[in-house]
Design a binder for this molecule. Structure first.
Ligand code: C2E
Ligand code: MG
Ligand code: MG
Ligand code: MG
Length: 287
């Protein structure tokens, strides 16, 4: 009987794997055309301060496939990394953010700092930093208009090389944040040694706030540690007023999540930038 059960599990596992493998194949075959077929776009998720005032945004990729509908970056970014397409896509993202900033500026509208996600493979290309700095110059975009988000995984390589690269970015005026903090192979030594400017607490920790003493203690410890290393803290995935209040009380610097805003299409995000800037979330009618 145990054997039969095992076989059933195995079959379920296989059919799930088949679906996944099929999707991966589709993604691999079609992603290469996504740029030229104009199926990629960026959405911008507001990042706010303790008062709810807009201080920046994170650019997030969207792939609208004609048959499959929206494919999540969580599904296609790993495939892009595996196939090497990530460099081309990552380059497109940077150009697209530059275009957005330029267009707003041409209308006299200031754009707050835009954070861009970089995959490990993209960041680890030789001369990536030098080429990025040259590109921004050619695009007429100030280096402090951008922030780069790297995951702990991207920093796993040689600490000395990372230090040189991040230092080069910082000297050029481009700040670097560590994304999804707490989910990777965290090593405290890189936090101490790398010239990072912000730490983003992963949503999984934020969403456990209020569920128990240890969950709350972890969030508190992360914020205190970051501050003692002179890093600003951004909480990701803030969904409830209770989470916000707890984070506020701990001195968390910035907030991002559905409580304030979903990631917005470019036009909607641009509308937020036109004065007068409102606070997020909007007061409910009648409140
Ligand atoms: P991330 O960088 O950690 O981005 C935050 C993710 O959390 C986004 O998912 C965002 O839509 C989602 N999110 C924001 N607020 C909330 C909330 O209140 N609750 C919940 N449950 N989720 C929230 P998204 O857009 O699906 O992106 C997933 C991941 O894909 C990103 O995680 C990032 O690692 C990667 N990604 C997205 N765009 C790019 C890109 O241009 N380049 C690279 N290399 N990776 C990207
Ligand atoms: Mg991110
Ligand atoms: Mg994140
Ligand atoms: Mg994430």
């Amino acid at each position: 009987q145990a054997k039969e059960g095992g076989r059933d599990n195995c079959m379920i596992y296989n059919s799930e794997m088949e679906v996944k493998a099929h999707q991966n194949l589709l993604i691999q075959n079609e992603l290469r055309y996504a740029i030229e077929r104009q199926q990629l776009s960026l959405v911008y998720q507001p990042i706010v301060d303790a008062q709810g005032k807009l201080t920046g945004a994170e650019a997030l990729l969207r792939w609208q496939h004609p048959q499959q509908g929206n494919i999540s970056p969580a599904d296609f970014i790993p495939v892009a990394e595996g196939s090497g397409l990530i460099s081309e896509i990552g380059h497109w993202v940077i150009l697209e953010v530059c275009r957005f900033i330029r267009e707003q500026q041409a209308r006299g509208i200031g754009v707050p700092k835009i954070a861009i996600n970089l995959s490990a493979r993209q960041f680890n290309q030789p001369e990536f930093v030098e080429r990025l700095i040259a590109l921004l110059k050619a695009q007429g975009i100030a280096t402090d208009a951008l922030e780069l988000e790297l995951t702990e995984y991207a920093l796993l390589t040689n600490l000395c090389i990372m230090n040189t690269r991040i230092d080069l970015l910082r000297k050029a005026g481009i700040s670097v944040a560590i994304d999804d903090f707490g989910t990777g192979y965290s090593s405290l030594s890189y936090l101490q040694n790398l010239p990072l400017s912000r730490l983003k607490i992963d949503a999984s920790f934020v969403q456990k706030i209020g569920s128990g003493r240890s969950a709350d203690a972890i969030v508190k410890a992360i914020i205190e540690m970051a501050h003692s290393l002179e890093l600003k803290v951004v909480a990701e995935g803030v969904e409830t007023a209770q989470q916000r209040a707890f984070l506020n009380q701990l001195g968390c610097d910035n907030f991002q999540g559905y409580l304030f805003s979903q990631p917005l299409p470019e036009v909607e995000f641009a509308a937020l930038l036109r004065p007068p800037r409102r606070k997020l979330p909007y007061a409910a009618p009648g409140s």
